[in-house]
Design a binder for this molecule. Structure first.
Ligand SMILES: *[C@@H]1O[C@H](CO)[C@@H](O)[C@H](O)[C@H]1NC(C)=O
Ligand SMILES: *[C@@H]1O[C@H](CO)[C@@H](O)[C@H](O)[C@H]1NC(C)=O
Ligand SMILES: CC(=O)N[C@H]1CO[C@H](CO)[C@@H](O)[C@@H]1O
Length: 389
C-alpha cells in the first residue's frame, strides 16, 4: 500500500488531493447470514462478517445501528457499519473442504481475520456525500461463473479481482501495483500457487441516485463511475464521472481480504486443477461479491471524508483531524458474536461446503440448490429457500 502510493506519487500519477481512509476490522462472526438478500432465513452460503455487533438475521433499514451496537470490530469506534463477503475453502484432492485461514494485511495491526476497509474519495475536489441512514448495497453476483458481459475497460469490469502474491516480501514486484490494477491481478481465482497468498479486492460502486437507500436488487440505486480504466492503475486511482442517472458521488468502499493459501501448497492437487472454492460453490472466483450496510454514527463519516486528507489513509490522521476515536487491536478483537446456525464451518475438513453447495464450474450462471436436505445443519432459524438473488 505505502509502496505503491509512494511509487505513484513519484511517477506523478497520484494527486495529493486523493484522500482516503483505510483501517482494519477483525472478524465479527462467520455464518450463513445475509440480512440483505435473505432476511429472516439462513443464507444459502457462508459469509465472513465484520463491523458492529448489531448485525443480525434481519436488519430493518429503520434500525439505529450506532445506538444498537455496543461494539465494533473496526478501528474507528464510530463505525457501526457491517460488511460481508464470501469465505474461501480449499478442496483437498480427496474431496474434503477446509476453510482457508486469513492473514493480516500490511500496516493494519493484528486483527483476528477480518478485512481491510477503505473509503476512497475521487482525486478531484469533487464533494463526496456520506451515505444516509439505512443505506445498503451489494457488489458482484454470487451466481456468476464467467466474466460478465461488460466493456472490458469499464470501471465495473475492474471492480472484483484477486492479487496473486509471488512472495510474502513487502517489496516484491507483485505488491508494487495498486489493488485492482497491474499484471498480478486476475478476474478469476489464480490458477497457480501464489507463494505470498491471495488477496481478494472488492470495490463497491461510487455513484448514487441520491434518492433510494436500497432497491430490490440492492444495486440499481448505485452505479460505477464512467470512463476507461488504466489496467496498471485500476479504479482506485481513476477519476471517472458519475452518470446522470446516479449523479451523487459517494465514498468508494473497498474491501481487501488476505487468504493464507500457501498453507495448503504441500497438499495441492498435482493434476493442475485449481483447488480453491468460494463458499457458494464457486471455483472460478467470478461469483465473488460483497455486501455493505451503512452504520456510522451521526456525521462521523462525513467528518472523516471532509477532514482525513491523507493519501495513505492512516487512521491516526482521522483521529487528529477528523475527531474520530481509534480503538486498539485488543478492543477490536474482543468484539464478536456467537454463531446462531449450528454447523461446523472451519478448523476441520468437511464433507460438504456449509449449505451443501455443490461446486458449479460454469460458464453458465450457477443455480441455487435448496438446502433443506442439508444434513449438516441443526437450527431453529428457517433455512433459505431457493430464490433469485
Ligand atoms: C437479533 O434478532 C433476534 C430475533 O429477531 C432478537 O431476539 C435479538 O435481540 C437480535 N439481536 C440484536 C443484537 O439485535
Ligand atoms: C481428506 O484428507 C484430510 C487431511 O488428511 C482428512 O482430514 C479428511 O478426513 C480426508 N477426507 C476423506 C474423505 O478421506
Ligand atoms: C465520537 C463518538 O460518538 N464516539 C462513540 C463511539 O461509540 C462508542 C461506543 O458506542 C461510544 O462510547 C463513543 O462515545
Amino acid at each position: 500500500m505505502v509502496l505503491w502510493t509512494s511509487l505513484l506519487a513519484i511517477a506523478g500519477l497520484a494527486s495529493s488531493a486523493r484522500a482516503l481512509i483505510r483501517f482494519p476490522c477483525s472478524q465479527l462472526v462467520t455464518e450463513r447470514f445475509d440480512p440483505l438478500v435473505t432476511p429472516g432465513v439462513v443464507s444459502p452460503h457462508l459469509h465472513q462478517i465484520i463491523g458492529g455487533n448489531a448485525f443480525n438475521l434481519t436488519m430493518d433499514p429503520s434500525l439505529d445501528l450506532p445506538n444498537l451496537a455496543t461494539c465494533t470490530t473496526c478501528r474507528f469506534k464510530e463505525n457501526k457499519s457491517n460488511y460481508w463477503t464470501a469465505v474461501m475453502y480449499f478442496k483437498h484432492p480427496n474431496g474434503s473442504y477446509i476453510r482457508v485461514p486469513q492473514i493480516e494485511n500490511a500496516f493494519v495491526g493484528l486483527p483476528h481475520g477480518g478485512m481491510t476497509v477503505y473509503y476512497i474519495q475521487p482525486p478531484t475536489n469533487e464533494k463526496v456525500t456520506a451515505f444516509p441512514k439505512g443505506f445498503r448495497m451489494i457488489t458482484g453476483d454470487p451466481m456468476r461463473r464467467s466474466r460478465p458481459a461488460l466493456d472490458p475497460t469499464s470501471p465495473e469490469a475492474w471492480s472484483l479481482t484477486f492479487r496473486c502474491w509471488e512472495s510474502k516480501d513487502f517489496g516484491d514486484p507483485s505488491n508494487s501495483f495498486p489493488p485492482g490494477g497491474g499484471p498480478y491481478d486476475t478476474f478469476e481465482l489464480p490458477k497457480k500457487k501464489c507463494p505470498g497468498g491471495i488477496r481478494s479486492n472488492t470495490f463497491f460502486p461510487s455513484c448514487w441516485d441520491g434518492k433510494n437507500t436500497d432497491t430490490p436488487d440492492h444495486s440499481s440505486h448505485v452505479s460505477f463511475m464512467q470512463g476507461t480504466v488504466n489496467p496498471n492503475a485500476g479504479i482506485i486511482l481513476m477519476d471517472g464521472a458519475c452518470p446522470s442517472t446516479h449523479p451523487v458521488r459517494i465514498p468508494m468502499v473497498f474491501l481487501e481480504t488476505v487468504w493464507d493459501t500457501p498453507k495448503f501448497h504441500d497438499v495441492w492437487p498435482t493434476d493442475g486443477s485449481q483447488p480453491l472454492v468460494l463458499s457458494m460453490g464457486d471455483p472460478t472466483g467470478f461469483g465473488h461479491h460483497g455486501d455493505y450496510l451503512f452504520g456510522w454514527e451521526g456525521d462521523a463519516l462525513q467528518r472523516a471524508m471532509d477532514n482525513c486528507v491523507d493519501i495513505f489513509g492512516q487512521p491516526e490522521t482521522c483521529r487528529d483531524q477528523g475527531g474520530l476515536t481509534l480503538q486498539t487491536d485488543e478492543e477490536m478483537n474482543s468484539c464478536s458474536k456467537s454463531v446462531q446456525v449450528e454447523e461446523v464451518t472451519e478448523g476441520t475438513y468437511l464433507k460438504e461446503l456449509p449449505g451443501c453447495n455443490p461446486v458449479q464450474y460454469g460458464p453458465a450462471s450457477a443455480t441455487l440448490i435448496p438446502d433443506s436436505q442439508c444434513a449438516a445443519v441443526s437450527t431453529t432459524i428457517p433455512l433459505a429457500i431457493a430464490t433469485a438473488t
